[in-house]
Design a binder for this molecule. Structure first.
Ligand code: GLU
Length: 238
């Protein structure tokens, strides 16, 4: 099952994300990773095969200062459990980071067409296509629109997913969606949170929103969360 956590707010992201991953360990996993956005927009990440404790140790010597980030525990389905295959995965420019739980059934066909367009892949995972598709949408029809770029991306996918995305060009935002894999979001005065289940959030709030399949949620640093349903309408009382 494995897990996803995301945070944007006024606190340090790595702090919540690493404790969130530890809280999701019970779900089972073989690798873990984190990406945090620095104040200049640069993404800084650490990822490794093995335990969350190993990731935490490696993070001690990395500069993960920043208030927006995503993190992941992986249960490998496509590609061995190696450092390179651990999530997050980046687009070609290194300005978009994604984490994914689930399986992208049509990844081979997508990877073939993305490679033909010049995209270079760094992992053997099915998930990496998501970063490249999001990159194409962001640099094309959905320029400047995190929700639109994710909608455009998932329209190309077959399979199951919970996905969280951050982008250097959209500081202090995280966009998330799900289809067949669980995902919850929550808002507090300290920021906005996403997680695979309520356990990582239990120390910050009692009120979480379960996303429905097809929902896309935009999380913002001030704690704002806007949820759009599969038809694109805003969910008024998420
Ligand atoms: N299918 C993806 C992979 O193998 C995600 C697995 C997961 O749910 O952690 O990387």
């Amino acid at each position: 099952m494995c897990g996803i956590v995301g945070y944007t707010g006024r606190g340090q992201a790595a702090e919540f994300l690493l404790s969130g991953l530890a809280a999701l360990e019970y779900r089972g996993y073989d690798s873990a990773g984190i990406d945090v956005m620095a104040s200049d927009g640069e993404l800084h990440g650490v990822k490794c095969a093995g335990r969350v404790a190993t990731l935490v140790e490696r993070c001690r010597t990395a500069n993960l200062t920043g208030t927006t980030g995503i993190a992941h525990t992986r249960w490998a389905t496509h590609g061995a459990p190696t450092d390179r295959n651990a999530h997050p995965h980046l687009d070609c420019d290194g300005r978009i980071a994604i984490v994914h739980n689930g399986i992208i059934e049509n990844f081979e066909e997508l990877r073939r067409s993305l490679r033909a367009e010049g995209h270079e892949f760094k992992s053997e995972t099915d998930s990496e296509v998501i970063a490249h598709l999001f990159g194409d949408a962001w640099n094309g029809p959905a320029k400047g629109d995190m929700v639109g770029a994710l909608r455009n991306t998932v329209a190309r996918l077959e399979g199951s997913w919970a996905i969280a995305v951050i982008c250097s060009d959209a500081p202090d935002q995280i966009v998330v969606t799900r289809c067949g894999s669980p995902l919850v979001v929550a808002s507090t005065e300290d920021g906005a949170y996403a997680a695979s289940d309520v356990i990582p959030l239990s120390s910050v709030t009692d009120h979480v929103v379960q996303l429905e399949d097809g929902d896309i949620a935009l999380l913002e640093k001030d704690g704002g969360i806007t949820v759009y349903d599969a038809s694109g309408g805003e969910v008024t009382e998420p």
